[in-house]
Design a protein around this ligand. Sequence first.
Ligand code: AMP
Ligand code: GLY
Length: 425
Amino acid sequence: MKVLVIGSGGREHAITWKFAQSPKVTELIIAPGNAGTAELGENVGVKAEDIDGLLELALSRSVDLTFVGPEQPLIDGLADRFEAAGLKVFGPTAAAARLEGSKIWSHELMSKYDIPTAESKSFTSSAEAIKFGETKPEGFFVIKADGPAAGKGVILPQTYSDSNITIIDMLDHGAFGDSSSRILLAERMTGPEVSVFAFVQGEVVSAEVAACDYKRIGEGDTGPNTGGVGSYTPPEFWNEELAARVRGEILEPIAKALVAENSSYSGILYAGLMVTESGPRVIEFNCRFGDPETQILMPKLETDLFDICLAVAEGRLAGQEVKWSDSAHAFVVMVSDGYPGSYETGLPITGVKEAAEHGLVVHAGTARDESGSLVTSGGRVLGVAGSGGSVKDARDSAYAGIGLITFEGAQYRRDIAQRAIQART
Ligand code: AMP
Ligand code: GLY
């Protein structure tokens, strides 16, 4: 079977690595891919946003299944276009991808179906938003742009003044273009955050899996937000009781709600949750796998990924096994000096082969130069995923691998998964 993977990050390298293990997958095409995916299949230079180009590629190469990594093509209707052309695709239609594409739509849906989340209200007028914001204490609300904003559309202001500036910036100055022409003021929740994933097709929800990610660049969760610089599983606070609540109060009800709203879901559902004093509540839904969680979820998945994705695409998830192993995993990302600000690229990378003895080396911002040597090409360059019987073993392996890789100015956090180990001692 021929599989097309869309995307170019660490998530897509991990997905491609997993597909490559399936005896049923005979050919892998990645658009556009990175230096890691090039070792597992054929990279084709069509970008993830170019839906026409991707459709042409899938048709001309008679692809059997297309896996969509990032959210934007799904929000833009890639799955609808592919299905209309008779192609099988893993990922939701544009209607279902509104779960991620419009935070207002998503919050209204949760509110209608009693799915626990932050209380919120939407606004198009800055004057009204400011007035409403000042009905509660300073720092009570978080402000969210309605549409996609490259992970930067959520602001957590501490004061009325910061809050008002953000509201005006988004609504009146188009800080995120169309995406911030409507905004949401949502109550700020507190508690540990967890990413929960399940394959969903219609009302069928597979076995779920939980992981934690690290978004801030600095140790101790300091400094600016990034695309994600580390992850681990299982979370120290995750247990059967919490898993049962997440399934019964969030995953199954949202799948049913989407069917009831004529927006039946098909793909992987990513619920970003906060475990509050009153139980798990939704921060946001995403319509794709998480990055950098996928880099640990693929090694944890025991079932053939191709079997699952084809079953979802063909509407047969109910009869398909999805098994996550009991193993622990940790993933540490090495980034370019300066990231998430500006940074240099084209720097030679060494030690990848040696690091692979300790864990799975997952590429993100890597490329080959004219002489075929591995060089940096992005902010998040690559990472090592360690596995083991405990989070400590997994973490030790990941850092043993990281310690062997070098490139000029390489940075990484030393505290990935540390809190999971501290909690157990
Ligand atoms: P999002 O882009 O919606 O995932 O939000 C980015 C980050 O902002 C989340 O990972 C949370 O840490 C934080 N956040 C978003 N919404 C809330 C909320 N209602 N209460 C507290 N923190 C939030
Ligand atoms: N783990 C963060 C994200 O994928 O959005």
